[in-house]
Every structure is written in structure tokens, then in C-alpha cells.
Design a protein around this ligand. Structure first.
Ligand code: ZN
Length: 198
């Protein structure tokens, strides 16, 4: 089944994940991200220490001649770049499956990518949802052995922050895995609607 721009006959909207208006969902996902932070952080730190032995011996920004302030500024800037690249990967996946240019934009402090005029099957949409996490996590881990201890620590923080930011994508993926295979999904930017045969 391919992505289509017209909803096939017999399909009706079954459910909707509305990230913008569903405040309960918003708080649940953000709380889950905060609760999982130690888990993500420790996992990336263990990976970093095993790939970059300098990290275990020197350990902190200050021991590398960096101030905490510089570390935080670098982390904030790299988080912004990471968020934009994350949404660009979603965009590229939308483009790959629809053959049409996706919507890409900025709202307040966040970037977003969507394909509001397309109905995408469950399989490709799972790919769209997981691609940024997989690509950016693998890229970050691949860089760990070749960077200094300070950059390695920064990468750990960045990978942790990015994984926390992926909690919404993980939620969509889990919902899709529990849904039937004939599902079509339309991402309208603030959320997504699921369509199935009546
Ligand atoms: Zn995402």
C-alpha cells in the first residue's frame, strides 16, 4: 500500500493524536521524558565511556579547560541544530514516501515537519517516526570514539536531550504498532489522524 492524497473509499477517521490541544497527553509525555532522563543519560554515558576511554579519566568540562557556562551554551546551540536536523529527517522521509514537498516550519521555539495532504500507510509512517532517532543516535555514537572527552560529554548530554525529545515519536510508534495494518495516517502538524476501513 502506498501513500495517497485522497482518502480511499470506505475509510473513516478512527482516532486522533492531538499534541497541541490534548493537555493531558502533553503532560504525560513530558513527565515520561523527565522520568526516563536518568535511564537515557546513564545509557549514553556508559556507551561513551566504553567508546572513549579519555572520558572516564578526565570526566568534566572544567577539567578540559571549559567553563560550565560555555558547556551549557554549546549544549543549547547544539540542541537547536539537532531539533532542526531531526525535523529535516522527518521531512525527507515524508518526501520519500509521498513524492511531494512536505510542510516544514517553525512555531515559537520548535520546528515541525508534516504532510497534511497525504494519507500514509502504517509501515512507512513507522519509518518516518523512527528515522530521526535512529539516524541521529547512530551518528552521535559513531562520533564518540573520535572526539575529546569534553565533546564526548557534550555529545552524551545532546543524545540524552534528543532522546527525551523523541518521546512523542515513540508514543506514536507504540500506538501504530498496536493498531491494525490497514491503517492510513495523516500528519497535520499539530498531531495526526488515523483512518481505517469502516
Ligand atoms: Zn520527531
Amino acid at each position: 500500500m502506498k501513500a495517497v492524497s485522497d482518502l480511499p473509499q470506505g475509510y473513516i477517521e478512527r482516532e486522533r493524536i492531538d499534541f497541541k490541544h490534548n493537555r493531558k497527553l502533553f503532560w504525560i509525555l513530558n513527565s515520561a521524558a523527565v522520568l526516563l532522563l536518568p535511564c537515557f543519560g546513564v545509557s549514553f554515558l556508559l556507551i561513551a565511556v566504553s567508546l572513549n576511554p579519555h572520558l572516564a579519566s578526565s570526566g568534566s568540562f572544567e577539567s578540559r579547560g571549559w567553563s560550565i557556562v560555555i558547556g551549557i551554551v554549546l549544549l543549547v546551540l547544539s540542541c537547536i541544530v539537532c531539533m532542526i536536523v531531526h525535523e529535516l529527517i522527518h521531512s525527507l522521509c515524508f518526501w520519500l514516501f509521498t513524492g511531494s514537498r512536505p510542510h516544514f516550519g517553525f512555531k515559537w521555539l520548535y520546528a515541525y515537519a508534516s504532510a497534511p495532504n497525504w494519507y500514509i500507510p502504517r509501515g512507512p509512517f513507522l519509518f518516518v517516526g523512527l528515522a530521526p532517532f535512529v539516524c541521529l543516535t547512530l551518528l552521535g555514537i559513531a562520533l564518540l570514539p573520535f572526539v575529546s572527552a569534553g565533546i564526548s560529554l557534550l555529545l552524551c548530554c545532546l543524545l540524552t536531550a534528543h532522546t527525551m525529545g523523541c518521546v512523542g515519536d515513540f508514543y506514536v510508534v507504540i500506538r501504530l504498532l498496536m493498531a491494525s495494518s490497514g491503517l492510513l495516517i495523516r500528519d497535520y502538524g499539530d498531531g495526526m489522524a488515523f483512518y481505517a476501513h469502516a
